[in-house]
Design a protein around this ligand. Sequence first.
Ligand SMILES: [Zn+2]
Length: 215
Amino acid sequence: MTLQDLASALADMGLAKSFVITKLQRLELEARLHTDTLGLLRMLMQIAKTKASPRISSFPVGAAGLGISGNVYLGINIEFHSTSLNQTLHAEQFVVCNARMASETRITDISVSAAPCGFCRQMCCELPESKELKFHIHGPLLSTSQTLNTLLPYSFGPEDLGTKQTILPATSVPSCLLQIPQGKCRASGAGKRHAAGVCVEHVHCLLSEMFSFWK
Ligand SMILES: [Zn+2]
């Protein structure tokens, strides 16, 4: 099966611009394309990569995360003019925030087009059962599947601070994140910084801007 087959199937199903694939849609795509879940994740990641907006680095990244619900969450890197690279939304961050906005409670696998950077490894370290999270890296220089525990040994996470709170909801409940006003970064003021240092609200603000960007 080719990426064009997947693109055609996504178009047929009205998913050409969607960044969330439900479990039922995923199963239909796997049946149509005669592939398994990891094979589909890899292809979806490659499709997502074409939508990246690396205006500063010119380095597009795509990612596709599998939730414990069976849904798939796509992500791309977004860079903004007139900002620095530390204001970039990374593809893995996009996946995590996308999952959180859908009230996903755990991510089990992430297929990505380049090895995750240190910041994304730390952010993913703050996901539920993060040590078991598996990264499937399909880059031009590297192709491997590794757990986050391997990619980030001797990590520092929520458990080190005696909390079980993670950056995904403990139960599948409606997300409050959609209430964040577009264009206003609460993280720059009194925003909450997660226990181990990842400022999730700032990432959410970037995602909010991104959705505005795509309209
Ligand atoms: Zn990153």
